[in-house]
Design a protein around this ligand. Structure first.
Ligand code: PHE
Ligand code: CA
Ligand code: ZN
Ligand code: ZN
Ligand code: ZN
Length: 277
């Protein structure tokens, strides 16, 4: 799999920060900064040769949008799907939560296009709206699929917060096969991992898991506190939250650990290549 250039991921995060700055400081459901975020990501995907669709839904009296992008080719009865929520909370620009996952999977998608990857399985990417009100967009997407189309999703990989400033390396433990692909990659880099427990049921993978689809993913930590043992393994500061700016106005483009963002973006690319070849 290609190495993902963390500078490109960071440049996308700067764009999302600018979008928030120009739209009242956030990119939340129902706010103009959300739709501007969709337009930004969609523009890059369209230019790279993806087939994109914007799916609309309604919640709390406002329109929400999911962005779905297909890479043409591969066996559609075995679709490997990768997703991240693109909305922020109202309080801030949402750069770690979840510009990080959104930009990470965008750069992996662009790497698929750049390398003209021809995977055996079909690749689809999703940027979900309104996760912050209870995974509304991803639920809407899964509900909109006929049973026959749900069973074509071979696996769903979720990335919600992958650049936390005091990072941990947590791998979703929901499905052993998917978990192993990530754990093996970190082992080759001599990076310790732990099973992800903070987020069970708390992000968009739940919408897919509830429909019987195998799920996996990565997480660098939110408001839980890093222990002494974790600081020994990963560096950073014990006794401090993984992301002290979680859901706050200070979740800006400064609220990112570049090394974690780089490692996790590379891990996503590796997983996609492994799982779809
Ligand atoms: N879904 C949470 C949010 O967006 C973040 C989170 C992800 C928390 C994974 C725990 C685990 O706020
Ligand atoms: Ca890299
Ligand atoms: Zn959140
Ligand atoms: Zn989130
Ligand atoms: Zn778990």
């Amino acid at each position: 799999a290609p190495d993902i250039d963390v500078k490109a991921v960071k440049a996308d995060l700067d764009q999302l920060q600018s979008i928030a700055d120009a739209n009242g400081g956030n990119r939340a459901h129902g706010q103009p900064g959300y739709k501007a975020s969709v337009d930004f990501i969609k523009g890059k995907l369209d230019q790279a040769g993806f087939t994109t669709q914007v799916q609309e839904f309604d919640n709390n009296g406002a329109k929400g949008y999911n962005l779905v992008a297909d890479w043409p080719g591969g066996d559609e009865s075995k679709t490997v799907m990768t997703g991240a929520h693109l909305d922020s909370v109202d309080a801030g620009p949402g750069i770690n939560d979840n510009g990080s996952g959104s930009a990470g999977i965008l750069e992996v998608a662009l790497a698929v296009a750049k390398s003209d990857f021809k995977p055996a399985k079909h690749l689809r990417f999703g940027w979900w709206g309104d996760e912050e009100d209870g995974m509304v967009g991803s639920k809407h997407y899964v509900d909109s699929l006929a049973q026959g189309d749900r069973s074509k999703i071979d696996s769903y990989l979720n990335f919600d917060m992958i650049g936390s400033p005091n990072p941990g390396y947590f791998v979703y433990d929901d499905d052993a096969r998917l978990e192993k692909v990530f754990k093996d990659w970190y082992a080759t880099k001599n990076i310790a991992t732990e099973p992800e427990t903070e987020g069970d049921g708390r992000s968009d993978h739940a919408s897919f898991k509830d429909a019987g689809i195998p799920v996996g993913g990565l997480f660098s930590g939110a408001d839980y506190i890093k222990t002494e043992a974790q600081a020994k393994a990963w560096g950073g500061t014990a006794g401090k939250a993984f992301d002290a700016c979680y859901h706050q106005s200070c979740d800006t483009s400064k609220n990112i650990d570049d090394t974690a963002l780089d490692n996790n973006s590379d891990a996503i690319a590796n997983a996609l290549w492994q799982l779809s070849s």
